[in-house]
Design a binder for this molecule. Structure first.
Ligand code: ADQ
Length: 450
């Protein structure tokens, strides 16, 4: 079989105790099965990045990394990726900012990625590029003479053309995507938005571009096994003991404004106001490690959450009850799965999300004999598959407050029925299916299977 070369902005070296995020889990699973090369930014900045590529080999995977200069880090990563494309693609247009220099840096980094990657490529490679940081990379590689198949997967939503048009160079984004042999999206609406953008940018007819929907999933059995094993571990036992028998509502998110945490905290406070009879009877645990904390909007949300926690706890706490426990830290994946299994309600309310693997993990982590209920935002990609969750609009604070009360009161038979339906949905599109389907389609797109 030909070698798989994955490229993503950041790579995640498997380290003891390290917790890779959503994208990294998917890429690692594909690479572990297929072997190959994973190329990306090291996460470090250094003054001289000229042609230095560090290569390490772990678990049959070669990892090649490059550093960025501080200026490129500021303009490309903090600027164009995190302050231009991220909010725009999540439809959060009030957070969208644009700067020509950021855009130039984005082009520069993509060119650098291409220049450093080319010498590492072999003739039979299949190249799989991940996410919005690297949209121009296929064009750059083609310009340097690369002829191998190149696929792209977008982990975040693809916005509607009328939103994309806020970006001055929106047409360039769409044109750059046409250089891929296959473009994968999380959901059908994302793919439809892309096709509509193609039609908008090429009124006289777009070049032929193959695209498809490949919803990312999880390894259902592995998560279930991890969750039940974690129940016997010290951190999970201590957490459960600290609840003093009270049911638990859990939220697990990167600290990012797209995850709707400020709205969620407000909805929880509203729930306590509207349901005095439930005060003191359940605890909300929110785990949200800091991410991108040097960007202003991220420090703002952090402050807002600390204030909201203080307000709610100040107003409702009792001598033996804390309404919100808010932890800004990382836990090993297994421990998180144990926390989820120990919870009666999972609260996943992003304002917009490509997929959201936490929702899927919450379902798989449950004890099928007594499963917890999932409250899920209609604006997460996962809501298209997990239709048996309690679906909410994350902006509808009263709706979320009432969903918490409903989930808390849900009878066992209904919880079991919804859980079984959701497990079935998870098995239909699991992690292995995600990368296998994508790679089969990529090969087919180049006629390699014909
Ligand atoms: P993310 O926005 O990072 O991913 P998500 O899909 O929820 O979001 O994945 C997060 C992963 O990190 C999960 O596996 C979760 O268990 C883990 N995680 C979250 N909080 C953690 C914590 N406090 N400690 C340790 N681990 C934690 C992007 C897109 C998503 C898309 C994924 C995959 O934004 O929409 O689902 O890529 O394509």
């Amino acid at each position: 079989m030909s070698r798989l070369v994955c490229v993503s902005n950041r790579i995640s070296l498997p380290r003891r105790g390290a917790t890779p995020g959503g994208l990294a889990v998917g890429v690692l699973a594909a690479m572990r099965e297929q072997g190959g090369l994973w190329f990306g930014w090291s996460g470090e900045t250094s003054a001289d990045t000229a042609a230095r590529t560090q290569v390490a080999v772990r678990d049959q995977i070669s990892f090649a990394t490059i550093d960025l200069t501080q200026t490129l880090y500021d303009r490309y990563y903090r600027g164009f990726c995190n302050t231009t494309l991220w909010p725009l693609f999540h439809y959060l247009t009030d957070r969208f900012r644009y700067d020509h220099e950021w855009h130039d840096a984005y082009r520069t980094v993509n060119r650098q990625f291409a220049e450093r990657l080319v010498p590492l490529l072999e003739p039979g490679d299949r190249i799989w590029i991940h996410d919005y940081h690297l949209i121009p990379l296929a064009r750059e590689l083609r310009e340097l003479g690369v002829t191998q198949p190149i696929g792209f997967f977008l982990h975040i939503p693809f916005p509607h053309l009328e939103v994309l048009r806020l970006l001055p160079a929106y047409a360039e984004v769409v044109r750059d995507l046409t250089h891929y042999d296959l473009i994968g999206f999380q959901t059908e609406p994302d793919e439809l938005s892309f096709r509509a953008s193609l039609a908008g940018v090429y009124p006289e007819g777009a070049p032929a571009v193959r695209s498809g929907v490949f919803p990312i999933g999880i390894d259902v059995d592995a998560v279930a096994a991890e969750a039940s094993a974690a129940m016997r571990t010290e951190p999970v036992r201590r957490m459960v003991d600290g609840l003093l028998g009270r049911p638990l509502i859990i939220g697990v998110d990167r600290l990012d404004y797209s995850k709707g945490l400020v709205e969620r905290f407000t909805a929880y406070q509203l729930f306590l106001e509207r349901h005095a009879e439930l005060r003191g009877r359940l605890t909300y645990l929110q785990i949200a490690p800091l991410s991108r904390s040097d960007i202003q909007s991220y420090s703002q949300i952090r402050q807002a959450l600390e204030q909201a926690t203080g307000r709610t706890n100040g107003r409702f706490a009792d001598t033996d009850w804390t309404p919100i426990r808010y932890l800004n830290r990382n836990f090993p994946h297994g421990t998180l799965m144990g926390f989820m299994r120990a919870s009666q309600v999972g609260l996943v309310t992003p304002l917009r999300d490509g997929m959201n693997l936490v929702a899927k993990e919450f379902v798989a982590a449950q004890d099928p004999a007594d499963p917890g209920a999932l409250i899920l935002s209609s604006l997460a990609g996962a809501a298209r598959e997990l239709t048996s969750a309690v679906i909410v609009n994350p902006y509808d604070l009263r709706g979320v407050a009432e969903a918490i009360a409903a989930a808390f009161a849900m009878p066992l038979a209904e919880r079991q029925q919804r859980h079984a339906a959701m497990i079935e949905a998870l098995r239909r599109h699991d992690l292995r299916g995600w990368y296998t389907d994508f790679l089969v389609s990529l090969e087919a797109s180049r006629g390699l299977l014909r």
